[in-house]
Write a protein that binds this ligand. Sequence first.
Ligand code: PEP
Ligand code: MN
Length: 330
Amino acid sequence: MENGLTHTRHPGPDRCVFAVDGHAGTATVTRLAATPGVIDVLTAPGDQWLSARRVRPRTTRVDVGFGVEVGGDAFVVAAGPCAVESQAVLNDITSVVALGGASILRGGAFKPRSHPASFQGLGAEGLALLARQREITAIPVVTEVLDPRHVAAVAESADILQIGARNMHNFELLKEAGRSGRPVLLKRGLAATVDEWFGAAEYVLRTGNPHVILCERGIRTFEPATRFTLDLGAVAVAKRRGHLPVLVDPSHATGRRELVRPLALAAAAAGADGLLLDVHTAPETARCDGAQALTATDFDRLMADLRPLLRALGRPLASDTRVLAEGNPT
Ligand code: PEP
Ligand code: MN
């Protein structure tokens, strides 16, 4: 481009966005705006172009495979163990969440633990167990990737790459995850502002990968009554400011299972596009985060409470629409 300007092209379902870097003078802007096919030229909305709702007015729908979409009309629940522990336990948990209303299976194979002596996850073996569940149950899988060198392997076994809160600022990991082309679930850093969270999303989007899902999981505040402070205000801000779908993780935010239900319902009411939940069939034996895991009964109860709320909000639960679609060929 002229005047030392550089641009990248980002196709989308309704419009193609060109992000131009560098300083464009008024004459260039006027000429671009008059070019046939150009809907709008937006100048100086900050450096976070691609995630802005100003740039793409409609919420991005992220197709995560197996007919599941995040950011569409339906509310999506991703649920499963914090960490993948064994095939038997994962089988049990997958049955509970898949039958109970989840559309996505979560489970960590690589765990970002605060202490090196804590269980670090099963690694490659955990990925294989997740891939097996995906095959048997036909459910998309989300799992965390900690290291750029693992992106290819994780992208092969999982449908969504999770970037954990502790890695939100790991820009090389963000770029590598983006380049995989897989949907990326981007957790908000535990001390990150909304601006920094969107900046991280921009790193992924700029690789040409538009499939980014944001996830609010609580931030560190002065309040120790919950593990983190779930920032539902940030969810409302993110939905207005950006076009990316937003999930909420009330499990990691609260750290306590009895607080998951009220905050899960509040997240739906605040406009979240779905939930990320820790569920375990034997939380007392869980190798990671057992205190925040919902039991099978808790999970079923939460889904039972969520359905009428979603009805009132005019949003079906994704797993219900999927069953309807399969059961009704017309
Ligand atoms: C997780 O979801 O397993 C996790 C470690 O979450 P966070 O990165 O939000 O702490
Ligand atoms: Mn956890």
